[in-house]
Design a protein around this ligand. Structure first.
Ligand SMILES: NC(=O)c1ccc[n+]([C@@H]2O[C@H](COP(=O)([O-])OP(=O)(O)OC[C@H]3O[C@@H](n4cnc5c(N)ncnc54)[C@H](O)[C@@H]3O)[C@@H](O)[C@H]2O)c1
Length: 248
């Protein structure tokens, strides 16, 4: 029960890595809001998890929607200890000059602007309490980018820089800010990175991961739990690679 008595929000919590993080946090004693644009999936998951899990529909790229999420969470929980900015999207593998403006804006809003919007909504609350842990789910794409995913890669590089500068600015207030950098993982998003899900493309991706397998929601959940728990009370501003050695 490493998160006993804590409260948490996991954006994009209804699928993939986010769902793994929600389940782990709940198993470790936290009350968790599953905040997702797919409200039905969030509600279904909350019903399965039972007591301590709460579903909320949010568009993390929209300021008014994020503020409603914050108001609902603070009314339900009283206080927020942990915020996980996990919701993320990508454009399909495309030469960088051919990505549409709509796709660029979607990646920008969901992967980057959301970090600003949730900070605006929760940092004043965390500052007032003198405590808080924020975790940004970035990517190895922000450290060791692959071609044809340029604007996605750049959004994750931005997220890693935001993590470090938030960490240094907020450290005196008792708020810790970290990131995890997952390598390609078995989630619904994987196909979008690969373009097509064929044995050849899978083999190409796997060949770049020294430990020889894709990452899993459990891998991310274990790293997230540690970084958001009091065990990591001396750790802030890190971007932890959970990548089977991909970035070596
Ligand atoms: N799967 C991978 O290979 C991989 C690798 C590195 C990093 N990541 C990152 O991990 C995070 C989670 O990805 P995943 O693979 O679990 O993806 P996923 O598609 O399984 O889950 C993403 C969730 O985010 C939700 N979402 C999308 N847009 C949203 C919005 N505007 N507001 C609220 N929720 C929204 C979706 O409904 C979905 O439930 C993302 O930030 C992604 O960039 C994934």
């Amino acid at each position: 029960m490493r998160l006993e008595g804590k409260t948490a929000i996991v954006t994009g919590g209804a699928s993939g890595f986010g769902a793994g993080i929600v389940q782990k946090f709940q198993a470790e004693g936290a009350r968790v809001m599953i905040a997702d644009i797919n409200g039905d999936a969030a509600a279904e998951m909350a019903a399965q998890l039972g007591a301590g899990a709460l579903a909320h529909q949010v568009d993390v790229g929209d300021g008014a929607s994020v503020q409603r999420m914050a108001d609902t969470a603070l009314t339900a929980f009283g206080a927020l200890d942990i915020l996980v900015n996990n919701a993320g999207v990508t454009h399909l593998p495309t030469p960088l000059e051919n990505v549409t403006e709509d796709d660029f804006d979607r990646v920008f809003n969901v992967n980057m602007k959301s970090v600003y919007l949730t900070a605006r909504a929760f940092v004043p609350h965390m500052k007032a309490r003198g405590a808080g842990a924020i975790l940004n789910v970035a990517s190895t794409a922000g450290l060791s980018p692959r071609p044809n995913l340029n604007w996605y890669n750049a959004s994750k590089g931005w997220m890693i820089t935001a993590t470090k500068t938030m960490a240094v600015e907020l450290a005196p207030t008792g708020i810790r800010v970290n990131a995890i950098c997952p390598v390609a993982g078995e989630t619904p998003l994987l196909k979008s990175f690969m373009g097509e899900d064929t044995p050849e493309i899978r083999a190409k991706f796997l060949a770049t991961i020294p430990l020889g397998r894709f990452s899993t929601p459990e891998d991310m959940a274990n790293a997230a739990c540690f970084l958001c728990s009091d065990e990591a009370s001396m750790i802030t501003g890190t971007a932890l690679e959970v990548d089977g050695g991909r970035c070596i």
